[in-house]
Design a protein around this ligand. Sequence first.
Ligand SMILES: C[S@@+](CC[C@H](N)C(=O)[O-])C[C@H]1O[C@@H](n2cnc3c(N)ncnc32)[C@H](O)[C@@H]1O
Length: 190
Amino acid sequence: MSRGLDSAVHLVQLLISQVVRSGGTAIDATAGRGHDTLFLAGLVGSAGRVFAFDTQADALQSTGRLLEEAGLADRVTLIEDSHEEMKKHVTGPADAVIFNLGYLPGGDHLYVTKPDPTVSALHTALDLLRPGGRIGMVIYTGHPGGAEECEAVERAASSLDGALFSVIKIVVLNRSAGAPVIIVIEKAGV
Ligand SMILES: C[S@@+](CC[C@H](N)C(=O)[O-])C[C@H]1O[C@@H](n2cnc3c(N)ncnc32)[C@H](O)[C@@H]1O
């Protein structure tokens, strides 16, 4: 993975790394092949916990393998359920939640995250976030339905109360319109 400004995943991880505490709780809302889950598992340390959601068994198997190889599987709970159901599985305040939207790399490109469940999961994640915690989202717009999902997320994020949440959007200015969009939301407080 590039670690430059051309990598949306890296940029989100950078902003998320500032708020995840050793011993804390973090959520990967879209585990996929497990790269963000592995990253969060490294941040929370041996006393922390990561909850990783995906609706595809294939994705969770990949994530599990990646964690086993890294020796970090014991600090992660893999959950085969929609991220809309986050509160059923996670009670405590979370330092951070990562959403990496779209389709599973190397999987079925027609099986994608969808606007309504994503926005619903975003609101649930905002409730679970501790004061000072952040949500980082990488949103792809190049596949069918991606632009609509991005619009829905932007609408929801833009309407959040500015006294309670800081919301930023990062876009690439000199590449194709299909380049990923980043949204990061921080809950007020410390
Ligand atoms: C772009 S991939 C995630 C990539 C991942 N972060 C990685 O590091 O490989 C998006 C994932 O979202 C999953 N997904 C789709 N709808 C979902 C939902 N409602 N709840 C949780 N995961 C979902 C897909 O199965 C897919 O694996």
